[in-house]
Design a protein around this ligand. Structure first.
Ligand code: ATP
Length: 300
């Protein structure tokens, strides 16, 4: 499948600082790519180049095959939520904002209005449709910023921290919506420091460190690769000293839950040593994204 968004060899320097060095990305229909990195790693700079808000020193961007720097009309295929809620007009109402952005991106007035009202209803903002944005709560403003990116139904979405600062219910709603948008075929780049959000939503993970993409991998494969051979065991009741001694000799660590590093075959020796004690749980330990992130960039 052809990527909807494609970038090759992006470079951005600020004076002597290489903020972004040769970053390449591709986003295909229906795909969520989580773009992770520590503060100052180069995420925003990259995303701004993808959104044509910043001119790369080197490299190319294509949106549905078109170069948005040569042909800015290609940007109608893109919706972006950057830097929280700053991309809406504070003295206009949500409805006015959405109609304005819809028309600016090529919708007819009537279509923009209909779509704006439908989105406001879908995201629970209809009762604020006519309230000036500056009088909305911060979370509502943030939700509106997302709707502003969706109003013209673009194929590609760049979402920077879409759930940060939202209440639990709204954050879950936005998560569900992002998932549904991907299922409907949108390509989504998700920038976030909330690793559990990335883990829940992403199909692929890219980690940028000091301006370079140091890891890019399908999420399932990444989690499996870092999980390694690593089992967690729990037993009912206290362990007799002799059993514990045998476990230690086999390399079992911990005090319950016990931890065993080894392959599936070696695990049988451990289970044998435990017989006939009742087992509560034996499971392959799973890596989480936080652990992986810290391993890849945490101490570098
Ligand atoms: N306009 C600018 N002028 C000079 N330096 C800049 C400019 N914009 C960004 N930088 C620098 O480029 C580097 C990358 O910044 P960027 O905002 O892309 O990081 P980030 O990964 O988005 O970080 P955060 O998670 O903190 O938002 C930083 O060292 C930053 O200080």
């Amino acid at each position: 499948m052809e990527p909807l968004l494609w970038a090759q060899g992006l470079v951005k320097r600020f004076g002597a600082l290489f903020a972004v060095r040769r970053v390449s990305l591709a986003l295909r229909p229906g795909e969520v790519l989580a773009f992770l990195g520590k503060n100052g790693a180069g995420k925003t700079t990259t995303v701004k180049m993808l959104a044509s808000l910043l001119l790369p020193d080197e490299g190319e961007v294509r949106l549905l095959g078109q170069d948005p720097f040569q042909n800015p009309w290609a940007l109608r295929h893109l919706g972006a939520v950057l830097e929280g809620n700053r991309n809406v007009y504070w003295r206009l109402t949500p409805l006015e904002n959405l109609v304005y952005f819809g028309v600016a991106r090529g919708l007819r007035l009537g279509t923009a209005r209909k779509r704006a009202l439908a989105l406001l209803e879908e995201y629970g903002l209809l009762e604020k449709a006519h309230t000036e944005v500056r009088h909305l709560s911060r979370g509502m403003q943030q939700k509106l910023a997302l709707l502003q990116a969706l109003i013209h139904d673009p194929e590609v979405l760049l979402l920077d921290e879409p759930t940060l600062g939202l209440d639990v219910e709204t954050a879950l709603l936005v998560r569900e919506k992002v998932r549904a948008l991907a299922q409907s075929g949108k390509a989504i780049l998700l920038t976030t420091h909330q690793l559990e959000v990335a883990e829940a939503l992403a199909d692929r993970i890219a980690i940028i460190h000091r301006g370079e993409v140091v890891l890019e991998e399908e999420k399932g494969a990444l989690l499996a690769r870092f999980a390694g051979d690593h089992y967690v065991l729990e037993v009912e009741g206290p362990l007799p000293g002799a059993v514990l001694a045998r476990l230690r000799a086999l390399g079992v660590e911990g005090e319950g839950p016990f931890l065993f590093r080894g392959d599936g075959e070696a695990l049988w020796a451990v289970l044998d040593a435990l017989k006939p004690l009742p087992l509560k749980r034996v499971a392959k330990a799973e890596a989480d994204l936080l652990e992986i992130f810290l391993k890849v960039v945490g101490h570098a």
